[in-house]
Design a protein around this ligand. Structure first.
Ligand SMILES: Cc1ncc(COP(=O)(O)O)c(C=O)c1O
Length: 416
């Protein structure tokens, strides 16, 4: 057999399901099908004008920065997060890279062997990254009834499956795929549990600035001794394609660990694109001045999320009202019998049929760590265009595709 055809020589990884659904939706659109894109979680907002202008003005900045990132940018990020929610991270403990996904990967790659605790549900890329870096994955199973939240008890139970000395927990809120967050009491109880087992926590707070009530609490404030917070421009600044991610390390990070993280960066991405770092310098320049931009996004996302929640809930689709970001995690299991009669017993079949029958693209629960039988899916309510900050946002006028998409899902369920 030719070497090229022998698949066993390659690592087991396929295109991320989020990117795949985007490709499928685009294909249907090219066939003139009217597709509503609730599958891909991309911010519908433009970066602030001053940030776009800063990018334009920095096109000539062609030199590499240090691997850690531009010093002025790191200083601004440090101040910005202090003002936002009291996070205290020194500029020398900040890493900038081409996307927080890259930083998550570098952190996992820094360890030879670890147990990686991953909530279920969780963002699509954590498990593939942990697998690619050769770690042992332990799922943290949650339920609809417990709002898909991890608890101290779940963590205590999970560590009994440990195989290695190092344990890492990947934690994410406001959550993708669930749109939910944690209270201060919940974070405190989780911090006590991870502290007891000396777990390194990667707290993925990329949606933190999009907490709908602007009440985001950073886990590092509850567990400062061993939390790395990841964030970046992709969500709150509407700039996913610019690829700028941030990791906020902790004060007592062991010097060899930090050295390895910088070493990995130096051997892989070198640095985040310099013009984008310059533009990020503008985005992070002043938390006070960015507040109106953030407030508008929160208000639009909150009212749209609540609208979708109410409509779906009325159609007997179980879900929780959203608290941050732009996702919902509707669970169709109350319609299980009717779905089964229609030949649908898996989340992938559920999404395939909804896409075929209604043109609405969702991502199946199986992409978020569930076994395929959970009849749930992630819905990103972002198929709309921001009309401009001077216009007051009206759901029917400015998000007609979201309204249509939700109506089609409800009608599809009712007609089963
Ligand atoms: C929960 C979560 N973490 C991380 C990322 C990756 O973000 P970045 O664009 O910074 O790589 C995403 C993007 O969809 C996400 O939803």
């Amino acid at each position: 057999m030719s070497l090229k055809k022998n698949a066993t020589m390659y690592r087991e990884v396929v295109e991320s399901q989020t990117l795949l659904i985007n490709t499928q939706s685009k294909l249907m659109e090219s066939q003139n099908r009217d597709v509503i894109k609730f599958g891909f979680g991309q911010s519908p907002f433009l970066p602030p004008k001053s940030v776009i202008e800063a990018l334009r003005a920095s096109a000539h900045e062609k030199a590499y920065t240090s691997v850690q990132g531009d010093a002025v940018l790191r200083e601004r990020i440090s101040r910005f997060h202090k003002e936002h929610n009291g996070l205290s991270v020194q500029p020398e403990n900040i890493l900038i890279a081409s996307g927080s996904k890259t930083l998550l990967y570098s952190i996992l790659l820094a360890f030879k062997k670890a147990d990686v605790l991953i909530p279920q549900p969780a963002w699509v890329s954590y498990a593939p990254q942990a697998k690619l870096t050769g770690h042992h994955i332990i799922k943290l199973p949650t339920t609809f009834e417990s709002r898909w939240r991890v608890t101290a008890e779940i963590i205590h139970r999970a560590v009994s499956q440990k195989k290695h000395d190092t344990t890492i927990m990947i934690f994410n809120y406001p959550g993708n795929p669930d749109g939910l967050t944690y209270s201060g009491e919940e974070l405190q109880s989780i911090a006590e549990a991870v502290g007891e087992h000396n777990i390194l926590v990667i707290s993925d707070e990329i949606y933190g600035l999009l907490d709908h009530r602007d009440r985001h609490l950073s886990f590092a404030n509850y567990y400062p001794q061993k939390t790395i917070t990841t964030t970046g421009l992709s969500k709150w600044c509407g700039a996913g394609g610019w690829r700028l991610g941030v990791a906020l390390l902790y004060d007592d990070i062991p010097a060899p660990f930090k050295k390895v993280l910088i070493g990995i960066g130096s051997e892989t991405y070198s640095c985040a694109p310099t013009p984008v770092q310059m533009a990020a310098g503008e985005a992070y320049r002043n938390y006070e001045s960015i507040k109106p931009y953030l407030a508008r996004q929160r208000s639009i996302l909150s009212s749209l999320g609540q609208y979708c929640y109410r409509q779906l809930n009325r159609a007997n689709i179980r879900l929780h009202p959203p608290q941050g970001g732009f996702y919902l995690f509707p669970d169709f299991s109350l319609h299980q019998e009717k779905l089964r009669s229609a030949g649908i017993t898996h989340s992938a079949e559920l999404c395939q049929r909804i896409l075929q029958d209604t043109g609405v693209a969702l991502l199946p629960a199986s992409a978020f760590g569930f076994d395929d039988h959970l009849l749930a899916a992630r819905l990103a309510y972002v198929d709309f265009e921001e009309p401009g900050e001077e216009v007051s946002f009206d759901i029917a006028t400015h998000a007609p595709k979201v309204v249509t998409g939700i109506r089609r899902i409800c009608e599809w369920v009712e007609d089963l």
